[in-house]
Design a protein around this ligand. Structure first.
Ligand code: NAD
Length: 493
């Protein structure tokens, strides 16, 4: 496996007004590396006083930042992109250390986040202002205006990429931002803050408030925070959405997922086996785009045989990192045990794996594949968020689609087939915001926006692309009529 450099970060603080600042709260949270089962940092569990202070700082930075023109603000994004590229190895190692991703996976996630930075550099083209003559002598002009102080709350599983879905668009649009990263994986958010400063971002425009429930509830309630973007589990997404919007805030809250891959017998053997595995096992299954259920239509044993032999060639540490925490590892193992008891056939068992040398204390779980799972079992219905693929057998395409449609989430669905008709049918009937045809992780590339449906999202619109820009701005429409030149000026014409 590629070497994760062990490092201790000591006492990390909040990032406020362009510097590290101590919190008022006397509570601390321990950050544990899942590779080493060791504390690598502590962060403050910020309270409402800390939040008030961060909002005050962001608010005072707003007038100057929002007054800059869009070209000046987007210029920072050009610099930010270069800074990220020059620190790719450093940031990837931090992500690996507190999250458990492999270095390759961590780098890939940074590159995906960087696409949003690149999109933000193009905002001057989007903000060109629609203007036209709407009646004789009357023009209408429409502009995107920033909201003020806004906030983002992010999950553990993509500690750099998910914040990068939000920050570039929100701040380039002219807002000042407070990020509350996951308390499990806060270290890359603080690095991003340092990189933004290096890129020339004025102090106070971007702030990081570490913490947990109190900080999140404070963000929902704070009267000066105009918009909240959240990414995390559906349960918390729903709470944050309801609490924020009940107080008149704009909110977009992305939640959990249970994504299905429909596999039909005509699918290409090699790429389908690899695609099923990459989707369900990438990031050790800890991603909202992981498809954790494969619905096989009719006879697909030849594909399952290939899938199993591919799975047996997976190497922990090289192809898959760790689980984020000991409690998550126990929870995932519980799902496997339960499914086995209910009658699932364990085709590949990832329990008690051989840990990579030098990382023996890590939270490891290998590829696990369960066959003959029933649609109403917990492993088929609930978000496991680990390297577990459940295979459900269906007789017809209609049955398969019913299973997909019945699941309450709606992030992604995929179909593996060589038939255009099957692909068209699935993409038209899947109840999800992102659909893959022979692609197991159908994350749209920017500027196509990211976002699911149903219980995978609370609020309107998507988090990236033009939809993200709409979320972070208000539209202003100016209708103007200019009177005839007055007498006193006529002589100058
Ligand atoms: P989580 O919901 O536990 O935590 C997300 C954020 O909410 C964190 O910052 C955390 O501090 C805060 N939080 C947790 N419990 C809270 C509570 N009771 N009150 C207030 N705030 C609270 O999610 P997680 O475990 O960090 O991340 C995994 C989840 O995120 C999965 O469900 C995954 O599907 C989802 N996710 C979704 C997307 C998407 O785009 N839809 C992307 C990434 C992750």
């Amino acid at each position: 496996m590629s070497n994760i450099e062990y490092k201790k970060f000591g006492e990390r603080q909040n990032w406020i007004n362009g510097n590290y600042e101590h919190s008022n709260s006397n509570r601390n949270i321990s950050v544990i590396s899942p590779y080493f089962n060791q504390e690598i940092a502590t962060i403050p569990d910020s309270d409402r006083n800390d939040l008030d202070h961060a909002v005050k700082i962001a608010s005072s930075a707003f007038s100057e930042w929002s007054r800059l023109n869009i070209r000046e603000r987007s210029e920072i994004m050009f610099q930010f992109k270069r800074v990220i590229e020059s620190h790719l190895d450093e940031l990837a190692n931090i992500i690996a250390l507190d999250n458990g991703k492999t270095l390759d996976d961590a780098k890939a996630s940074i590159m995906r986040g960087k696409e949003v930075v690149e999109f933000a550099t193009s905002l001057p083209n989007i903000f060109n202002g629609d203007s036209s003559q709407v009646a004789d002598g009357i023009t209408c002009t429409m502009t995107h205006e920033p909201l003020g102080v806004v906030a983002g709350i992010t999950p553990f599983n993509f500690p750099a990429m998910v914040p990068l879905w939000m920050i570039p668009l929100a701040i380039t649009a002219g807002n000042c931002f407070i990020l509350k990263p996951s308390e499990q994986t806060p270290l890359s958010a603080l690095k991003i803050a340092e990189y933004l400063k290096e890129a020339g971002l004025p102090d106070g425009v971007f702030n990081v408030l570490n913490g947990s429930k109190e900080a999140v509830e404070g963000i929902c309630d704070h009267p000066e925070i105009k918009a909240v973007a959240f990414v995390g589990s559906s349960n918390v997404a729903n709470i944050v959405y309801s609490r924020s919007t009940s107080l008149g805030k704009r909110a977009l809250c992305l939640g959990g997922a249970k994504n299905h891959m429909i596999v039909v017998p005509d699918a290409d053997l090699d790429s389908t086996a690899k695609g099923l595995l990459a989707s369900s096992m990438g990031s050790a299954g800890q991603r909202c785009m992981a498809a954790s259920v494969a619905v096989g239509v009719a006879e697909i044993d030849h594909i399952i045989d290939r899938l199993v032999s591919e799975a047996n060639s997976y190497v922990l540490g090289r192809d898959m990192g760790t689980i984020v925490s000991r409690s998550a590892l126990d929870r995932i193992s519980g799902y496997i045990e339960e499914a086995e008891k209910m009658g699932a056939k364990v085709l590949v068992d990832g329990r008690n794996p051989i840990s990579p040398k030098g990382y023996e204390e890590g939270y490891w779980l290998g590829v696990t594949i369960l066959d003959h799972v029933q649609p109403d079992w917990p492993c088929a219905k609930e978000e496991i968020f680990g390297p577990v693929l459940s295979i459900i057998r269906a007789n017809t395409l209609e049955d398969a689609m019913r299973i997909e449609n019945n699941n309450p989430y709606g992030n992604a669905a995929a179909v593996f087939t060589t038939s255009g008709e099957v692909a068209k049918t699935i993409s038209e009937t899947a109840s999800s915001g992102m659909v893959g045809i022979n692609i197991g992780v159908p994350v749209p590339r920017e500027p196509y926006s990211f976002g699911g449906w149903n219980e995978s999202k609370y609020g309107h619109g998507d988090i990236t692309g033009k939809s993200g820009v709409e979320f972070w701005t208000n539209l202003k429409k100016v209708t103007a009529r200019w009177p005839e030149s007055t007498e006193s000026w006529k002589k100058y014409f």
